[in-house]
Design a protein around this ligand. Structure first.
Ligand SMILES: [Zn+2]
Ligand SMILES: [Zn+2]
Length: 129
């Protein structure tokens, strides 16, 4: 297993194709976030094959769907956990963070996206979106 806290299944594409996150630098940072937050974290989404990314309406150049995928969406249903995750993501060096809002007025889909995509793949650095 490449992460101390997240299983291969959790890091894999939800369509069942077997595509998964293997980037060691990314996984180390993700583990540091988990340790920093110091409570269990659930990943709504991790690696995505191109087909799955398209089927769920993911961004065209999504960091979840790169050849070397380096993105996760961490489930986050309350403002206290949101504060902890965002703080940890900053401290552990993530330079691209997304804080989701409600979807159709419902909070159940709320998440924090962190990714390590670089300028090389056209991803702006030091952004909170
Ligand atoms: Zn897939
Ligand atoms: Zn995401």
């Amino acid at each position: 297993m490449s992460s101390e806290y997240f299983t291969d299944a959790e890091l894999s594409c939800r369509c069942g194709c077997g595509f998964k996150i293997t980037n060691k630098v990314f996984l180390r940072k993700l583990d540091f976030v988990r340790e920093d937050v110091d409570e269990p974290l659930i990943l709504n989404s991790a690696a995505r094959c191109k087909k799955h990314n398209k089927s769920i309406g993911g961004a065209r150049n999504s960091a979840h769907a790169l050849a070397d995928p380096v993105a996760v969406d961490i489930r986050c249903k309350n403002s206290r956990l949101r504060y902890k995750i965002v703080g940890a993501a900053y401290r552990e060096g993530f330079r691209r963070i997304e804080v989701s809002g409600k979807r159709k007025g419902v909070n159940t889909m709320a998440w924090i996206h962190v990714d390590s995509a670089t300028e090389d793949t056209g991803h702006q650095q030091d952004v909170l979106f």
